[in-house]
Design a binder for this molecule. Structure first.
Ligand code: AHR
Length: 483
């Protein structure tokens, strides 16, 4: 079988891969927070201040650089004051997102979320309420969280256990305001945004503000045009992308390859959005793209099943391909948050009562962790076998760490054929690898078989001079550290 050559180019690296491109998103939706990550302080499931410990430890190990909460669509109904103070005094409210209406007793509120983010070592990202909120309400939340002044609001924070400001860095001004967040027109939303953002800047000029973009050029252009000349009020443009290809588990060969194609479409979507932003804003101001919801949304994941879906090896491969695009677009992307961390949609962990297990996608995140904060390198892939549509069967991404070592991650997209690979251009003395695969791309982990899909040691031979040699199994992901 022909050997694929992956050649790493040293000159003109692409840029630094922000760790925040490996962010997470948790919403009060289905069993992501309540009955997922959050079990409550009195649960007999071991927990840290109400957060289940097994998931906390797993997510810390995987790495969560930034965590977005409480929505999603939930954010535009959420009133943050409901979730502070003694738990027994908190109101019971109707929580709403994606057609699911739930009773929220607000035991999980701002102090609990910010404690969790701190335990994970994650920057917090709070999504504010524009749909049913006011600029004053969002300013008050910012003051409660970030102000160092002695005010009624900061005294409330202190009474909730946080003497010092939380310094929450990221603040979303609404969510999907073209749809569930109020069905605004782009110009209406931009005017609202301008009002909110002006006032938020007065409270904490260091808070980074996120405006809601969309996948239509018309929305993004009109929104940015309306904001002009106040681009200084915008730090990030939020966009979302979900995809699927056939059923989650019983997909056929065409569906498998369509999922690969869908995964590849995220990068041009980001690049197109970056062009629109650059065209509107020019070179005087930098606005990052926050893809703050992304992932596989299978047709099975509907409101009747709490938006849960089986999480397969195919989804893990889809995430790996998505990361390749993130690395190539790292100069325009400031953040990305997979939707969602637990149980809902493209989850990294799943739970059932006392059981918690890691999905194949969890392992993609863990295996790609060394790329966080490293410098993305250009590379070329030649000689690879082809997929049925003629595209390359092997894809790759590489980064160089501050100590000069390289991490190369490879995907063999082919359903059936293995792929011998030679890695060249990086030299070095030692190489060690891990591989993620299974007998079928439909393989999943579960409470009873939690490690059906788990990383295994991966044989790498050769040397820095002749090139590092390995053979990728069909439908697999590998990460090789070359030092
Ligand atoms: O992640 C699920 C939902 O998808 C979010 O609430 C919303 O923002 C998006 O439409």
């Amino acid at each position: 079988m022909a050997e694929t050559l992956v050649f790493i180019h040293h000159r003109n690296p692409i840029g630094v891969i922000s760790p925040r491109l490996y962010g997470q998103f948790i919403e009060h939706l289905g069993r992501c927070c309540y009955d997922g990550l959050w079990v409550g302080k009195n649960s007999d499931i071991p927990n840290n201040e109400g957060w289940r410990t097994d998931a906390l430890v797993a997510l810390e190990t995987m790495g969560v650089p930034v965590l977005r909460w409480p929505g999603g669509c939930y954010a535009d109904h959420y009133h943050w004051r409901d979730g502070i103070g003694p738990a027994e005094n908190r109101p019971r409210r109707l929580g709403m997102s994606c057609g699911l209406t739930v009773e929220d007793d607000n035991t999980l509120g701002t102090p609990e979320f910010l404690h969790y983010a701190a335990e994970l070592g994650a920057d917090a990202y709070l999504a504010g309420n524009v749909g049913t909120g006011t600029p004053q309400e969002l300013c008050d939340w910012l003051e409660y969280c970030n102000s160092a002044f002695d005010t009624d609001l900061t005294r409330m924070r202190k009474a909730d256990g946080a003497e010092k400001p939380w310094n929450v860095p990221f603040w979303g001004v609404g969510n999907e305001n073209w749809g569930c967040g109020g069905n605004f027109t782009p110009a209406q939303y931009a005017l609202e945004y301008k009002r909110y953002a002006t006032m938020l800047r007065h409270i904490d000029p260091s808070a980074q503000l996120v405006i809601c973009g969309w996948d239509t050029e018309e929305w993004n252009r009109t929104m940015l045009e309306t904001i002009r000349p106040h681009f200084d009020l915008v730090d990030h443009v939020s966009i979302h992308r979900y995809w699927s290809a056939g059923p989650a588990l019983t997909f056929n060969e065409d569906d498998y390859y369509n999922m690969i194609k869908e995964s590849d479409k995220t990068e041009p979507y980001v690049a197109r959005t970056a062009q629109i932003i650059a065209g509107a804003v020019g070179s005087r101001h930098t606005i990052g793209i926050a893809l703050d919801e992304w992932g596989v949304w299978s047709p099975e994941a509907r409101h009747t099943v709490n938006y849960e879906e089986p999480s397969t090896l195919r989804d893990a491969i889809s995430a790996a391909i998505t990361f390749e695009g993130f690395h190539r677009q790292c100069q325009v992307m400031s953040m990305a948050n997979i939707a969602q961390t637990a149980n809902v949609l493209h989850a990294c962990v799943q739970t059932e009562g006392k059981n918690m297990w890691l999905t194949p996608t969890y392992h993609t995140f863990a295996m790609y962790r060394p790329h966080q904060g490293a410098t993305a390198m250009h590379l070329t892939v030649t000689g690879s076998h082809s997929l049925p549509d003629g595209s390359q069967g092997v894809s790759a991404t590489a980064s160089r760490a501050a100590d000069g070592s390289f991490t190369v991650s490879l995907v063999n997209r082919h359903l059936e054929n293995s792929a011998p690979v030679r890695l060249a251009g990086c030299g070095m003395q030692t190489a060690e690898g891990k591989v993620l695969t299974a007998d079928s791309p439909a393989a999943v982990n579960s409470a009873s078989v939690p490690e059906k899909v788990a990383p295994a040691p991966f044989e790498v031979t050769g040397s820095g001079e002749e090139g590092w040699l390995c053979t990728l199994p069909p439908h697999s992901i590998a990460t090789i550290r070359i030092a």
